[in-house]
Ligand binder design. Sequence first.
Ligand SMILES: O=C1C[C@@](O)(C(=O)O)C[C@@H](O)[C@@H]1O
Length: 706
Amino acid sequence: MATPLLDDPHVSALKAQEPPQNDTSAISVSNVTPISPTTVALAAAPNEQVASIVAPAESATGTVLIVYGLNQEHIVQLVAEVLGKPWTTETSLETLAQGGDVGVVGILARDLERSLEGCERSSLILVNTYCVEDGSAPDDTLTERCDYEFLYSRSPFLRRDLSRFLSLILGQTRPHDDLRKKTRTNFISTTFPDVHAALPNLDILSVGSDAVEIRVDLLVEPAVSGPAAPVPSLKYVGQQLMLLRQHTELPIIFTARCTRENGKFPMDDPALFYKYLRRAIQWGVEYIDVELWLPEEIRRQLAEKKGHSIILSAFHDFSGTWKWTSEEAQRIFTESAKYADIVKMIAMVHSIEENYELEYFRSTIKSRGPGPLLSAVNMGQMGQLSRALNTVFSPITHPLLPMIAAPGQLTAAEINEALHIMGQLPKRDLYAIGSFRSTPHSMFMEKCLNELGLPHNFSSIDRGPKGSVESVIMQPQFGGAYLNPPVASTTSYIPAVSNAARAIGLVDTIAMTSAAEPHSAKSRFIGENAAWKGIRATLTREYVPSAYQNRAAIILAGSEADASAAIFALRSLGVGAIYTVGFKASGPLSAGLEPFTSIQSVKLVEQPFVIVSALPPEKSLLVQPLLRHYGANGRSSPPSTRGKVYLDLTSGLRKGDPLAVATSAGWTAYGFEDVTAWTTVETLRLLVGQNVPFDFVRMASGRPLF
Ligand SMILES: O=C1C[C@@](O)(C(=O)O)C[C@@H](O)[C@@H]1O
């Protein structure tokens, strides 16, 4: 049967080999398959240069086998597009074994079982896909036969959701690698019986959260007749999870809390927990909460099968007699650590002293050296102090939730206020430095600081005469700034710069370093570049990082400086040749860039996967002929590698409407507003260490942004 192309020579790394390594923005530069011999010389070295700054992902090969339902073949093509790989459909897997590594292969669900007999599975990643729109659920045995399962509905979020799912299960994005390095992390414990009720407020609810917990045990599945079942069905849970994932970019924590630990899941059948948690791994959930009381065999098996999900072990003690200083507390940690990436220990307490004892316990765990992270808090009003002092995955609540998930829970704002009062979060002066255009943006920043209960001042200042920025930075209360437009990374008043900012040549954020002790020899501040992360986050929202590997890119800009963050972001994704229009590069990122000098050069470029325009507004029209030329009706890409991205970084009143032209010519197009919102997320992280989700930034800013 079917279908297109297995002739693409670029079938390469799809899946990162075990286990999760370093950086979320990881890239792969090994396994680079050149587009053309010249591309090798042009691209390999520059990508490696960026790879030394942004740690590369391990690469590996594998075929993604998409199991699909009748009349659902479109999902196979969509998977291939998001992965940037060729695809085919088969009725049997025998031919596959001979054909080797072919990217994406679709097989009808009804053909799977017969096909798998005697088939060598080791290089296959089996993903069952299932459209839940009609309210039905996939067949259990089919799901169990597969490694992963993608539940979907044909919503505007489908592509984004698919990209997130694939990036996670293939180990191409590793949200935990970023989070485990943060000084403090919070997660919001949602307590809705139905995720639908959370959706209108999800953006605001998750300000200050690094992850969202879905309390599966608190979901209440509507009963056809009679009272609701004590445990929501897997079918219902799957649909609820899909809905939540479509509406938040934050990692999800999947929790089925048992009755003894303040939850509703019955404890008479541990296998039930295994079934739900295993399914959560198959659904590509980022964090799985595994209770310590579960039989060791179940915990071991979940750890073995966790793929790229992270395991949070959970232990709650409600007895009121818990002692953090006891042998038992140490034993519980040791036992939990066996199969966990994060150990969560939570106890009900009745005196303030028990918080001090918990802090002592925390220090003993730290002194043990490397091992899983400890997230430990006390419950009850007396335990609230510990909720402020815990730094790893602190459970938080929000006034808009129907109820708190545990006694004594605090909001993100309450924790920050408490930390401030205890002298742990001193008030700082933060600045937006630059053109007056940044004022609405700084109002938004102020709004975020308020929402987060942060004590800082925020002021917007013009760059002013020479020396004026220096005098601001020298003030003892100075606590960080963002600069619009950015300044050269060699600017004398910036004490130190990050490697990325140095390579890009621009600093757009001055952040306090973590080693910012008052008399330390180290610089208290560092110049950073948030823009490239904003660009990268935009580019990878609907395509997995490896979709960019070795593909050609074109960048149009009025100057090298306007393009450098985009070049860095593209290099971090391992793109192949980069062609430039409107400028000739000579800075640190110039190696491997090839200028388009004539219409002749346009003809030489095969099919660019990505076009970025950072042209000045009065010249923004110039990109339109290229978008049309390479659009679906022009020199279109082979169907095997269809899908291409247009990123418009031009701000202000522009000529023409390149975004509309791009969309009508079949490009996946993103405007400046998307990049700015992602960049703002990064800026807030750098300046105040807090996570404000993209959707909140986008919602609060409306359109056009700020
Ligand atoms: O484990 C925890 C911590 C928690 O019990 C608390 O004490 O805040 C709340 C739960 O939802 C979460 O799963």
